[in-house]
Design a protein around this ligand. Structure first.
Ligand SMILES: [Zn+2]
Length: 137
C-alpha cells in the first residue's frame, strides 16, 4: 500500500512534498482506515532512528553532561573528608628555599583533603618540611 500522502495525491486531496493535510484529506484518511486500509510508513529523510533502548535503567553511571529525569534523584557527590587540620604545608627546593604549598601534586586536592600516602610535593621541591599552617591562616 502507498503512504497516506501518496493515497491522498491519487485522490487529488494533497500535494507531493511536505505540509499539513486538509480537513477533507484527514476525513478521507479516517474513512479509508475505517475500511481496513493500511498505509505504509513515510520514509523520513535526514533523521536517525532513536536507539532501540533509551530506557533510563540502561544508562551507565552519570557523568559529565548527565541530566536527571524530571523529578528524578540526582547523584550525590561523595563528601570531602578533611584529613589534616592545616591550610598549607612547606617544603624546600634544591637551593634550600622554603616553598609553601596548599595543593597535593599527586592528587590535585588541597593538602587538608589529600589522602595520598606520600603527599605530592610542588614542582622543584626536594624535601617536605615539618612545618604547616593551621586552618584559618
Ligand atoms: Zn594527594
Amino acid at each position: 500500500m502507498a503512504t497516506k500522502r501518496e493515497y491522498l495525491i491519487d485522490l487529488n486531496l494533497a500535494k507531493p512534498g511536505r505540509g499539513r493535510f486538509s480537513r477533507a484529506a484527514l476525513d478521507a484518511l479516517a474513512k479509508a482506515e475505517s475500511e481496513g486500509v493500511v498505509f505504509d510508513e513515510p520514509v523520513v529523510v535526514g533523521k536517525v532512528a532513536a536507539p532501540a533502548s533509551s530506557d533510563a535503567s540502561d544508562r551507565k553511571s552519570p557523568g559529565f553532561g548527565y541530566k536527571p529525569e524530571p523529578g528524578g534523584i540526582r547523584p550525590v557527590r561523595p563528601p570531602q573528608i578533611r584529613i589534616r587540620d592545616i591550610s598549607a604545608m612547606y617544603a624546600t627546593d634544591a637551593d634550600g628555599r622554603e616553598l609553601m604549598f596548599q595543593t597535593c601534586r599527586g592528587c590535585g586536592y588541597h593538602v587538608s583533603f589529600c589522602t595520598c600516602v606520600n603527599i605530592g610535593l610542588p614542582f622543584g621541591a626536594t624535601a617536605l618540611l615539618d612545618k604547616t599552617d593551621p586552618l584559618g591562616v
